[in-house]
Write a protein that binds this ligand. Structure first.
Ligand code: NDP
Ligand code: GDR
Length: 375
């Protein structure tokens, strides 16, 4: 084992966890991550960082664990004694939180408490710095635009309500026990590693599959929703920066720009060489192909309906608009988002189109390829 700083990442197998692990390893950290037991391998996003447990001097170590299990968390913390804990693990899907509200509360709210309490119980509160993955979903029904650190919260889902508890318990442990504990209030951030059921990845993957003839139509929920989308790779650096300050404080991380889901669809189609016309209103709205250029979408022709609205993807309560004001992060952390939404779409499409082309090739050789899944 190295003598550098030690970090423990919960949710290391997720989008952010994988980028953060890469980032910390490049900085010379010894990185420990918590992964859940699953019936299939679930470490795809960190497999490139894997180190054989039979060799010594490993600086990337995975531990089985779960945020619902305090004794497990206490044991891992007592073994690792990390300098920094990044609590990224969560049931992170807003729509799913309406289906599983109690589980979401247990993991996202109480899970945070379990970690903080374990740090305190082990007497690590003066050694271990704590990062909590807070979210722009706290603003929900927005009370002020753009949203900054002082904007009042109004959560609109079981997920956001659970994250509100996690936000305040983090503040409370900082104020009560002098812990270095802080919240990163991160606005939506995406990448080619984004889960397939979040809207951006659903769009880049779905339209790439359509371009290659693997699917016909993409069914979407509320495409009027407005979001401030950044790149996950840029955002994990700020998670680390927040733990390197003299004093712990909470930060908004955002780009300060927003677009609608509809615009995200239009930009993705353009990247695939397809121009779209949106017709109809509400649940009748559809996106129709106007023109195809280049060679990325051989299976698409003028007049095809490639996007339609399906109310099954509407949420019981929606967050219509989010736009962050990252001024504090700019001033105190030197934050400048590096990647524009267009550059991010380009990267996501390149990755999803590559996969779609491989699937289409297999299909054309008679292999049974199933790409469409409930998203
Ligand atoms: P992901 O959904 O990609 O990753 C979530 C991670 O948490 C996965 O590693 C998952 O494991 C793990 N996990 C889920 N439940 C448990 C549990 N009970 N015990 C232990 N681990 C668990 O999320 P992101 O990487 O996108 O987000 C990271 C964090 O940041 C989350 O807390 C999210 O709520 C928050 N956030 C995300 C934003 C975004 O736009 N991405 C914006 C603001 C906040 P497995 O791989 O096994 O499913
Ligand atoms: P969000 O992300 O709820 O903002 O939470 P998501 O990508 O799921 O939705 C963004 C917006 O798009 C609308 N939408 C759809 N969403 C999905 N998933 N599928 C669809 O078909 C669809 N059609 C329209 C949604 O209604 C919503 O308005 C993400 C998560 O990463 C959280 O963990 C994180 O805290 C917040 O971002 C900031």
């Amino acid at each position: 084992m190295s003598s550098f700083k030690k970090a423990l990442i919960t949710g290391v197998t997720g989008q952010d966890g994988s980028y953060l692990a890469e980032f910390l390893l490049a900085k010379g950290y010894e990185v420990h991550g918590i992964k859940r037991r699953a019936s299939l391998f679930n470490t795809d996003r960190v497999d490139h960082l894997y180190q054989d447990p039979h060799v010594s001097n490993r600086n990337f170590v995975l531990h089985y664990g779960d945020l619902s299990d305090s004794s497990n968390l206490t044991r891992i913390l007592s073994e690792v004694k990390p300098d920094e804990v990044y609590n990224l693990a969560a049931q992170s899907h807003v729509a799913v939180s309406f289906e599983s509200p109690e589980y979401t509360a247990d993991v996202d709210a109480l899970g945070t408490l379990r970690l903080l309490e374990a740090i305190r119980f082990l007497g690590l509160e003066k050694k271990t710095r704590f990062y909590q993955a807070s979210t722009s979903e706290l603003y929900g029904l927005v009370q002020e635009t753009p949203q900054k650190e002082t904007t009042p919260f109004y959560p609109r889902s079981p997920y956001a309500v659970a994250k509100l508890y996690a936000y305040w318990i983090t503040v409370n442990y900082r104020e009560s026990y002098g812990m270095y504990a802080c919240n990163g209030i991160l606005f939506n951030h995406e990448s080619p590693r984004r889960g397939e059921t979040f809207v951006t990845r659903k769009v880049t993957r779905g339209l790439s599959n359509i371009a290659q003839g693997l699917e016909q139509c993409l069914y979407m929920g509320n495409i009027d929703a407005l979001r401030d989308w950044g790149h996950a790779r840029d955002y994990v650096e700020m998670q680390w920066m927040m733990l390197q300050q003299e004093e712990a404080r909470d930060f908004v991380i955002a780009t300060g720009k927003q677009i609608s889901v509809r615009e995200f669809i239009r930009l993705t189609a353009k990247e695939l060489g397809i121009t779209l016309r949106f017709e109809g209103e509400g649940v009748e709205e559809k996106a129709i192909v106007e023109q195809v250029f280049g060679d990325k979408a051989p299976a698409v022709k003028k007049g095809d309906v490639v996007v339609a609205v399906d109310p099954r993807y509407f949420r019981p309560a929606e967050v219509e608009t989010l736009l962050g004001d990252p001024t504090q992060a700019k001033e105190l952390l030197g934050w400048e988002p590096e990647t524009t939404v267009e550059e991010m779409i380009c990267e996501m499409v390149a990755s999803d189109l590559d996969a779609a082309r491989r699937h289409a090739l297999l299909k054309s050789h008679g292999y049974d390829v199933q790409v469409a899944r409930e998203a």
